[in-house]
Design a binder for this molecule. Structure first.
Ligand code: 1GP
Length: 231
C-alpha cells in the first residue's frame, strides 16, 4: 500500500501492550482517521505487535509501526517510523539502537518504507522521557533549534513534538510549525476530546491521539472529525 503521510491530519496511536476489544478496534479503524500507528514506550514485543497488526489488517486503514524495540519489528506494516530522540540524554535513543539494528539488517532494508522522525520529548514525567533520559528543560529557542536540526540539518520527513500524557503548549507548537520547512510537524499528547483536538490541529500539521482511546472511546472518536474540520 502507498502511504501519503504528507497528507495525514489525524492519527490514532495504539499500544500493543494494552487491551482493546474487537468492537473498539473496528470503530477506530473505520473512524476516518488517516492512519493507525502502532507503538509504545514499554512492554512492546514481537508477539503483541504481530497480534495487533493482524487485527488492524482486517480494515483498509494504513497501518504503520513506530519502532522502539528491535525485537518487535514485525514485517508487513505499510511504513516503519524510526524515532530519533533529539533531546535524549542517552545516545542509545539518538543513534545507538539504530546503529545496532543497521548492523544486523542494514543491507536488506527497504528504505522506501522507512521514515525518520525527529522527536522532541517535552513532558518530563512521561515514560518516553524517563526511558530516554530526555532533557525537557528547554526554552522556545531550544525547541526551535531542535526542530531546525531535524528539518534542515537531518532532513527528517517528520518532526514530532511529544507531550505524551499532557496537553502541550500550543503557542510553542505553532512556532515550531512556522519554523519547519519540509518536515511535517506531528503533535501528540493529552488530546482528550474534540476541543483539544481542534486546538492542536490548528497548530500542527498532524495530530496524534493515543491514551484517550483506552479511557473514553467516544471522545477519542470525536477527535477525528474535529481535526478534519480544522483548517
Ligand atoms: C503518545 O503522542 C502520543 O506517543 C499521544 O499522546 O497518549 O497523551 O494521547 P497521548
Amino acid at each position: 500500500m502507498h502511504v501519503h503521510l504528507e497528507q495525514w491530519r489525524h492519527v490514532f496511536k495504539l499500544d500493543p501492550d494494552r487491551e482493546l476489544t474487537d468492537d473498539a478496534l473496528e470503530r477506530i479503524c473505520l473512524s476516518g482517521t488517516d492512519a493507525v500507528m502502532v507503538g509504545g514506550s514499554s512492554g512492546v514485543t514481537f508477539d503483541n505487535t504481530v497480534d495487533l497488526l493482524a487485527r488492524i489488517r482486517r480494515y483498509e486503514v494504513p497501518c504503520v509501526l513506530e519502532v522502539s524495540e528491535q525485537d518487535a519489528v514485525v514485517p508487513g506494516f505499510d511504513l516503519f517510523m524510526i524515532p530519533v530522540v533529539l533531546n535524549a540524554g542517552d545516545p542509545e535513543w539518538i543513534v545507538g539502537r539504530q546503529r545496532q539494528a543497521l548492523r544486523e539488517y542494514g543491507a536488506m532494508m527497504d528504505w522506501q518504507q522507512i521514515v525518520t522522525e525527529g522527536y522532541i520529548i517535552l513532558n518530563g514525567d512521561s515514560t518516553a522521557a524517563r526511558v530516554t533520559q530526555a532533557d525537557t528543560a528547554l526554552d522556545t529557542k531550544d525547541v526551535e533549534a531542535y526542530a531546525r536540526l531535524a528539518d534542515k540539518l537531518f532532513r527528517c520527513p517528520v518532526v514530532y513534538l511529544e507531550y505524551s500524557g499532557v496537553f502541550g503548549d500550543m503557542e510553542l507548537v505553532k512556532r515550531v510549525r512556522h519554523t519547519v520547512g519540509e518536515s511535517r510537524l506531528f503533535y501528540g499528547g493529552g488530546i482528550d476530546g474534540a476541543e483539544r483536538a481542534r486546538e492542536a490541529a490548528a497548530c500542527a500539521h498532524t495530530v496524534v491521539v493515543g491514551n484517550i482511546v483506552y479511557h473514553n472511546l467516544e471522545r477519542a472518536l470525536e477527535t477525528v472529525q474535529a481535526v478534519k474540520e480544522t483548517v
